[in-house]
Each structure stands twice: as structure tokens, then as C-alpha cells.
Design a protein around this ligand. Structure first.
Ligand code: KIV
Length: 282
């Protein structure tokens, strides 16, 4: 059964943890789908892990649509959530609905994600009213990196924790079906999770959240940039890839690759005739 905005809420009420990973291409999405992941987020983190930007701000709608289409093709059972990039929804409610609509019409995504609390509740309401499920995103919201002053844990003091709690309630009231909590102290995330009827999906927000999400390059150790404290490295694919690339270079240089098993045959009579024909022309 395909995961939906409705089934995610049911999972919370049953206490079934929700699993989500990011993906940006068909092959990776297909692998995750075959493993039974509940949701794939086509995160705007693609700006960093796929496109090499220093942050997520340069990511465009066209890039997000391009990658979301590829991911959706790889998903039979998995819900695909498309991240709305910086400035595709902040300026006006009209732009938010139009751009969320593009994801639904053009990509095969089942929901969109937007970063922010009280400031974007009007957008969440309008997009939800257009029958497009919205996942919220609070705490460390990378699109606000310049306003937040860096990649920092959020909600550590009482005033900021209260603001985060209020924002979470507002996002729920505006109609979001779930909310990502990023880089929030575990006990605060647990408090928020208990207050909301919608599921919380944590990233650096502790085990009490209703689900977890990670950027897959982080968990597989592929991305060369900083690895945040909250990432568990499930395997070191980066080292495996480097080993394979080095072996390929060495074997190609030495002539060990390609071997006979990697090459195609031609009828010996044909090749002999060709040799004679071209030798006579030299
Ligand atoms: O863009 C992204 O990958 C995200 C996750 C970190 C939640 O927003």
C-alpha cells in the first residue's frame, strides 16, 4: 500500500515509526522503494549534495522538478515529497499555490514540503485548500540560513523553544499533514511530538519523533562536506566507490580491463577479410 498523507497520520496514532530518506534520482529511489521506505524526500539539499552549492538557496524550481520526476518514476509504494525551493513560496500565496501545483502536475509527487512557521501559514492553508498535502519544516530551516546565522541547533532557550512550539501548532492548524523538526533538542522535540496530532519527522531531533529522515549521502558517507553530529553512518560507500574508481583507473592503465569476458566477438572470416582489404590499401 502506497504511503499517503492520511496513512502517515494513522501510523502516528498506531505508534508505527515513519521512515524517510532523501533521494534525487531514479536508481536510488528504486533501491529505497524496494526496501520498503515509507517516504522519499526530494530535498533541496540536492543543491549541496548533488550540485555542489555551499547551501540550498540557489536551487530552482526547474532543478527540483527535474529530479522529482526521476525519483517518482522509481517509486511504486513510496510517497514522494517534493521540497519547495527558496523563493518558490515565500513571496506570495499565489506563487506558493502555482509552484506546488507544478510539482503535482509535472512530477508524480504526492506532497510538497515548505520551511517555516507563522510566516508561511497562509501559504500552507492555500496549498492545502488546493488539495495538495503539505509537510512543514521547523527548527533549523536551511533556507533561512542567513537569518539564523548558520547551521545551529534551534529552540535551546525558553523564548525560542516557546516560539518553536507555537510555530508547530500553527503549522498543524494551517493544515500540514506532518512536520519535519530539524536540529531541535530531543526533549523539546518529544514535547512537540506529544502536543501535535500530526506526525513529527526528526532529523537531529531525537528518537521520540514519530519518524526520522536523513540525507542519504550523509548516512552512506558519500558527501565530502561536514557530517553533522546527528548523522549515523550506516556504511562507508564513499570509500567503496573510491576503491572501485582507483581499481578501474589502474586496470585500464595496465590493460587488465576490459578482459575477454567484457568484449564482443566477430566472425573470424569477416575480420580476416577486413584485414586483407585494408592492408592492401595501406
Ligand atoms: O532538503 C532536505 O534534504 C531536507 C531534509 C534535511 C529534511 O529538508
Amino acid at each position: 500500500m502506497k504511503t499517503t498523507a492520511v496513512s502517515m497520520r494513522e501510523m502516528k496514532s498506531k505508534g508505527d515509526k515513519i521512515t524517510m530518506l532523501t533521494a534525487y534520482d531514479y536508481s536510488t529511489a528504486k533501491l529505497m522503494d524496494s526496501c520498503g521506505i515509507d517516504a522519499i524526500l526530494v530535498g533541496d539539499s540536492l543543491g549541496m549534495v548533488m550540485l555542489g552549492h555551499a547551501n540550498t538557496l540557489p536551487v530552482t524550481m526547474e532543478e527540483m522538478i527535474h529530479h522529482t520526476k526521476a525519483v517518482a518514476k522509481g517509486c511504486d509504494e513510496t510517497m514522494v515529497v517534493a521540497d519547495m525551493p527558496f523563493m518558490s513560496y515565500q513571496a506570495t500565496v499565489h506563487e506558493a499555490v502555482a509552484n506546488a501545483g507544478r510539482f503535482m502536475k509535472e512530477t508524480g509527487a504526492g506532497a510538497v514540503k515548505m520551511e517555516g512557521g507563522r510566516d508561511i501559514c497562509k501559504q500552507i492553508e492555500a496549498v492545502t485548500a488546493a488539495s495538495i498535502p503539505v509537510m512543514g519544516h521547523l527548527g533549523l530551516t536551511p533556507q533561512s540560513i542567513n537569518a539564523l546565522g548558520g547551521f545551529k541547533v534551534q529552540g535551546k532557550d525558553r523564548a525560542n523553544a516557546e516560539k518553536l512550539i507555537d510555530d508547530a501548532r500553527m503549522v498543524e492548524r494551517a493544515g500540514a499533514f506532518a512536520v519535519v523538526l530539524e536540529c531541535v533538542p530531543a526533549e523539546l522535540a518529544a514535547l512537540i511530538t506529544g502536543m501535535l496530532e500530526i506526525p513529527t519527522i526528526g532529523i537531529g531531533a531525537g528518537a521520540a519523533c514519530d519518524g526520522q529522515v536523513l540525507v542519504y549521502q550523509d548516512m552512506l558517507s558519500i558527501y565530502p562536506g561536514n557530517k553533522p553530529k546527528f548523522v549515523k553512518q550506516y556504511c562507508d560507500i564513499g570509500s567503496l566507490m573510491k576503491g572501485a574508481f582507483k581499481d578501474y583507473i589502474d586496470e585500464t592503465k595496465s590493460g587488465a580491463f576490459p578482459g575477454p569476458e567484457h568484449t564482443f566477438k566477430i566472425d573470424p572470416e569477416v575480420i580476416e577479410a577486413l584485414r586483407k582489404q585494408y592492408a592492401s590499401q595501406e
